[in-house]
Design a protein around this ligand. Structure first.
Ligand SMILES: NC(=O)c1ccc[n+]([C@@H]2O[C@H](COP(=O)([O-])OP(=O)(O)OC[C@H]3O[C@@H](n4cnc5c(N)ncnc54)[C@H](O)[C@@H]3O)[C@@H](O)[C@H]2O)c1
Length: 254
């Protein structure tokens, strides 16, 4: 199947964790993919290119919180692929974050979470949309979180940043609709990503209770998210914008 043939996508945080699955899923549907991450995604890009076509994938190392580096990434993507149709705002500080009570969070940590988790998506949108507006087409998927719907204790830095992602989606969907650009939030539940599994505290605190909250009583894996991601990037969702789609086994009703 090639539901995204001829489309070009940027996946931030596309080299590891769930983002790596997004990068591969988009390429599997025929899209050209820029794997953009603070860690080196060259090996992932080469692996995907070997499977789906030599020219289908590129990678770039960048920091999503730095405007100069965001501009550099977008210039590199334009130079390589000539256009940007799809933006997946997936990069975030999540897996390495400690759980902390609100009174224990240092201002530096709070600001760092906001810089990556919400300034990052803002910078990406700011510098990608002129290219989308010029072609009157775009699909932006902001990765939110199920934690926003219920607010979980001892994670206020992260949950607040993801709440801002939902609000950002809603407001820019109304600005960008006239240009043929759809903007939605995909809100995963607690997902056993390769990086998430490395945080033993998260696993101990979240695995069993997540299953209990779900209508569908099992663990969630990155593979559970890709169908909705592709839907939001494809023509099947051309009249869907400003929404939060929860993919969490029915834990939250959004
Ligand atoms: N795993 C879960 O349970 C879960 C649940 C809900 C939402 N999410 C969201 O899904 C996304 C992926 O989560 P994950 O589990 O793969 O976690 P993760 O921490 O492994 O993913 C974060 C990605 O962002 C990249 N990144 C971090 N800082 C960056 C920076 N400054 N510039 C560019 N890239 C940077 C990382 O290298 C990594 O690729 C995140 O937005 C996360 O908030 C995850």
């Amino acid at each position: 199947m090639s539901r995204l043939a001829g489309r070009t996508a940027i996946v931030t945080g596309g080299a590891v964790g769930i983002g790596r699955h997004y990068s591969e899923a988009l390429a599997a549907q025929g899209a050209e993919v820029m794997v953009a991450d603070i860690v080196d995604g060259a090996a992932v890009a080469a692996e995907i290119a070997a499977k789906y076509g030599r020219n289908s994938t590129a990678s770039a190392i960048f920091d999503v919180s730095d405007e100069k580096q965001v501009k550099g990434l977008i210039a590199k993507t334009m130079e390589r692929f000539g256009k940007i149709d799809i933006l997946i705002n997936n990069a975030a500080l999540y897996a390495p974050l400690p759980t902390l009570k609100v009174e224990e969070i240092d201002v530096e940590l709070w600001d760092r979470v906001m810089a990556i988790n919400i300034r990052g998506p803002f910078l990406m949108v700011k510098h990608v949309v002129p290219h989308m507006i010029a072609r009157k087409y775009g699909k932006i998927v902001n990765i939110g979180s199920g934690t926003v719907a219920r607010g979980i204790p001892n994670f206020s830095h992260y949950v607040t940043s993801k709440g801002a992602v939902t609000a950002f989606t809603r407001t820019i969907s109304r600005e960008l609709g006239e240009h043929g650009i759809c903007v939605n939030t995909l809100a995963p539940g607690y997902t056993l990503s390769e990086t998430g599994l490395k945080n033993a505290t998260h696993v101990a605190q979240s695995k069993a209770s997540s299953i209990q909250r779900r209508a569908l009583k099992r663990d969630e894996y990155p593979e559970d998210l890709v169908g909705t991601l592709i839907y939001l990037c494809s023509s099947d969702s051309d009249f869907v914008t400003g929404q939060v789609l929860a993919v969490d086994g029915g834990a939250n009703n959004t």
